[in-house]
Design a protein around this ligand. Structure first.
Ligand code: IVH
Length: 694
């Protein structure tokens, strides 16, 4: 995973004091109103900077510094905890985790037999006191020594029953959070009440738990992660078991009592007996994160046995027998610098946020979805706002909410389009998702022009003005309609004589017979340009086989990732009527050379073809017989002759076709000892394949 993340470097005492104040303020906001002034990542960096400065200047440590304090010293409460509710120390990489395990084992003087590896739930710690099986008191973590009484929440928290399955006295500790579904419901309730929403599930859970007299009730969820004897010196049989059992068995007991644990979730606790297995589980939990119905911000690793825990003991802030492996932040605050409006294939007008670039979960995020204009209005977003952006895994980044208290007064209103940004036509605002009144027709000129282009159906003589004319006359609505135009219909158009009509009809006949790779490319599916379309066509052989493929089957095509594959399947579902129209108009739906009975699969090396097993790169201007071929047509030719086309020279390149003015690629091929030939020699080599089969 990641290396040690960087921390804020504090140059002198003044910078240190300022950093301490910033952290104290951020903590007060985080644990108070539930509105964060800094995102978690920025806070962690600041906190580590303060720690580093204090380690180097121990005599300068300020009394109100957040280090060494639970919740950074931000909160106090009036209900004393039976046993302090501590924090966890953090690690950020496999290396740091291994070091922590070694350090713990050194301290114990023996190997740790087993660890519990469980999700670090992203909510708030709560202690639930049960007396004779009845839930009597709920207390927040507060400063770790005393917390706030939130017993008014009893009965509104899923997973935390009013009664246990047995009449026992016990303290259960765990995390209160909002699942995605509960968060949506809570936002809807708040929106109906005062027109605002919550910033994110964590702050929604914090606000909800502490709110006493809200006119609406929002549901919360609890997952237990520990149980203690109540009172701590209790001498019941249950108390004795809680002191002796390994943590994993205590959690089984908690579940038996009727309290929710994460056991039934995809990130259930597992017992690991080696660092390798812990690491493997960390990977599994990290991979599951994006699809979980609740937020996690890391993985907690705990020595499982009571004896190991007792021997390791506690530091001032955290136990020595447990550690949190923090996962990269999925939320960060950045600036909304603009809003772009685009028109989709079906005429939907979608806003997208342009952001000050921000690193989030392993990639740089510059754009994020904004759903629709109503959503922008609901969130009260303004240009120049600091916004909380969320991105996890392959999910499309989204803007969650403006950080209102960071406003400077310089923010400006977001301007909504008055007319369709693509065709300037009217906008249908009758639904939350705005649409161009022309619907699919809005993008028709662009998509027909693309389909007719040289590398797709190559319909010579079909210029943009002609397409507009055909659309305006109502003769076509999409490019499939071109193939059913009659001679009379074309002749009836302005400035259209017999000769041009016959030329267009002949061009359409040729286009009808193009290989599947070009017909597919003409559909304009996002992420499938010329070479990907060729790979798809060669893999599946027929349009029917492509349409029958699910996302998994599509991923077998070389270079096709899960995200692209899902998008492709979804777009093809939308394009089915268009494809059916093309097929009915006699447009070819197979790839030449495809064996009709064959299963889909990577095209095997066709034996006996001149380029079988060869990877070929083309550079420079083609001459002689090849002079008129576009780069796309050259690549098609290479593939017809059994080879693979590529655009860059590497040690795996078998042949470079170097035309006039070949430059860097030629030099690279020569330095790698790759064979270089002229266009004329290449034409001779592939002589039998110069013209397409159909
Ligand atoms: S164990 C003394 N287990 O993380 C042991 N804590 O940063 C401390 N948390 O205050 C708690 N998931 O709110 C533990 N599986 C888990 C947890 C977990 C989330 C929270 C908890 C704690 C904070 C420490």
């Amino acid at each position: 995973m990641t290396d040690t993340p960087p921390h804020t470097v504090l140059a002198d005492g003044a910078a240190y004091a300022e950093a301490v104040q910033l952290a104290v303020d951020a903590n007060a906001a985080y644990y108070g109103a539930g509105e964060s002034a800094l995102d978690d990542d920025a806070y962690d960096r600041l906190f580590r900077g303060i720690q580093a400065y204090e380690a180097a200047h121990p005599e300068e440590v300020l009394p109100h510094s957040p280090t060494g304090k639970v919740a950074g010293g931000a909160v106090t409460g009036d209900v004393p905890h039976t046993v302090p509710m501590l924090s966890l120390d953090n690690v950020f990489s496999a290396e740091q985790l291994a070091k922590w395990v070694t350090g713990l084992e050194r301290r114990l003087g023996r190997p740790v037999a087993a660890f519990s590896v469980e999700p670090k739930l992203d909510g708030l710690a709560v202690s639930a006191r049960y007396h004779a099986g009845r839930l009597t008191r709920l207390v927040t973590r507060g400063d770790g020594v005393a917390g706030e009484d939130v017993s008014h929440g009893i009965g509104t928290i899923t997973g935390l029953p009013r009664r246990l399955s047995r009449p026992v006295t016990v303290e259960i500790r765990g995390e209160v959070l909002m699942t995605a579904e509960q968060f949506d419901a809570a936002c809807a309730k708040r929106r109906a009440h005062d027109g605002t929403t919550f910033a994110n599930p964590r702050s929604a859970a914090a606000g909800t738990l502490r709110a006493k007299d809200r006119p609406y009730v929002c549901e919360l969820t609890f997952f237990g992660y520990g149980a203690l004897p109540l009172p701590p010196d209790d001498d019941s049989e249950l108390a004795a078991r809680l002191r002796e059992l390994p943590h994993s068995e205590i959690m089984e007991l908690v579940a038996e009592l009727g309290v929710a644990t994460t056991a039934a979730t995809p990130v259930a606790a597992v017992v690991a007996t080696s660092v390798e297995r812990i690491q493997e589980r960390v990977g599994e939990v990290a991979a599951a994160r994006a699809t979980l119905p609740f937020g996690i911000d890391g993985i907690v690793i705990k020595a499982d046995s009571a004896a190991d825990q007792a021997a390791a003991g506690f530091g001032t802030r955290a136990p020595r027998w447990a550690i949190a492996y923090k996962l990269p932040a999925t939320e960060k605050i950045t600036t909304l610098v603009g809003v772009e409006w685009s028109v989709g294939r079906t005429g939907v007008i979608a806003p997208r946020a342009v952001l000050e670039p921000v690193e989030l979960d392993g990639s740089t995020v510059t754009y994020a979805t904004l759903h629709n204009p109503a959503d922008i209005a609901r969130r009260g977003l303004m240009l120049g706002d600091h916004v909380m952006v969320h991105k996890a895994g392959d999910v499309i980044p989204r803007v969650e909410a403006p950080v209102v208290h960071l406003r400077t007064g310089q923010e400006t209103e977001i301007v909504f389009p008055e007319s369709c940004p693509h065709c300037q036509g009217e906008i249908d605002r009758s639904q939350e998702r705005w649409r161009c009144v022309r619907g699919r027709g809005c993008r028709a000129v662009a998509s027909i022009l693309y389909a007719a282009g040289r590398d797709q159906l190559d319909i010579e003589t079909l210029a943009e003005n002609r397409i507009v004319q055909l659309l305006d006359a109502g003769l076509i609505a999409d490019f499939a309609d071109l193939f059913t135009l009659t001679r009379d219909q074309i002749l009836g158009l302005d400035r259209m004589g017999e000769t041009s009509t016959d030329k267009l009809l002949a061009a359409l006949d040729q286009a009808r017979a193009r290989p599947l790779s070009r017909v597919f490319c003409a559909l304009g599916v996002r992420g499938t340009g010329r070479s990907m379309s060729r790979r798809i066509a060669r893999h599946f052989g027929t349009m029917d086989a492509i349409l029958a493929a699910d996302s998994e089957a599509v991923q077998e095509v070389e270079g096709m990732g899960p995200e692209k594959a899902t998008l492709l399947v979804a777009e093809l579902a939308e394009l089915r009527p268009l494809i059916a129209k093309l097929a009915a108009a006699g447009v070819n739906m197979t790839e030449p050379g495809h064996d009709a009975g064959a299963e889909p699969g990577p095209p095997g090396d066709a034996p006996g073809l001149p380029l079988t097993g060869k990877t070929v790169v083309v550079t420079g201007a083609m001459t002689g017989e090849l002079a008129s071929l576009s780069r796309n047509q050259m690549n098609e030719l290479i593939e017809r002759a059994g080879g693979r086309s590529s655009s860059s020279v590497s040690a795996r390149t078998s042949l470079l076709v170097a035309g006039e003015k070949a430059g860097a690629k030629r030099a690279k091929a020569e330095s790698l000892g790759v064979e270089v030939i002229t266009p004329d020699d290449f034409a001779t080599l592939v002589a039998g394949h110069l013209t397409p089969a159909i």
